[in-house]
Write a protein that binds this ligand. Structure first.
Ligand SMILES: CC(C)(COP(=O)(O)OP(=O)(O)OC[C@H]1O[C@@H](n2cnc3c(N)ncnc32)[C@H](O)[C@@H]1OP(=O)(O)O)[C@@H](O)C(=O)NCCC(=O)NCCS
Length: 110
């Protein structure tokens, strides 16, 4: 999956490392929303993971800042992320760096 992301000119992977050790990474891609939306091009952060013992040191925020700068350089002005409603820690992370509610995703098991 990461190899496909690397080949896609509309996607990027940002990594944070120290002394050759990976502390965290973030993947982002630009795509097209349904034409009914006002802004057709939008970005989505598809993965963000920071190594457990490196959390709460600004690594996640730094990776997202880099990803958003890359998106903005491409003329795209909005970025989405999918976060489980029950994942309180991730909810707090994203909201603390300026992300807010867009829509509720409802589901039903079949
Ligand atoms: C979510 C995650 C990426 C955050 O990375 P991080 O490097 O710890 O985040 P930062 O240090 O940049 O935190 C920035 C701010 O977010 C908020 N925050 C981050 N983690 C938080 C937590 N567990 N609880 C409450 N607030 C949190 C804080 O406001 C924090 O600022 P502060 O430390 O000065 O108070 C990391 O916890 C992680 O990898 N989680 C598991 C993977 C995962 O679920 N990824 C999917 C994300 S939707």
């Amino acid at each position: 999956m990461l190899a496909a992301t690397l080949r896609d000119p509309e996607a990027a992977i940002f990594v944070c490392e120290r002394d050759g050790a990976l502390l965290g990474f973030c993947t982002v891609r630009i795509d097209r929303g349904p034409p009914i939306q006002l802004e057709v091009r939008r970005a989505e952060i598809t993965d963000l993971i920071v190594r457990g013992n490196e959390r709460r040191r600004g690594v996640g925020r730094g990776l997202v800042d880099r990803a958003l700068a890359w998106v903005k350089e491409r003329g795209v002005e909005r970025c989405e992320v999918r976060v489980a409603g029950l994942n309180a820690e991730c909810q707090r992370f994203w909201r603390s760096i300026g992300f807010g509610d867009l829509m509720d995703v409802l589901h039903r098991r079949l």
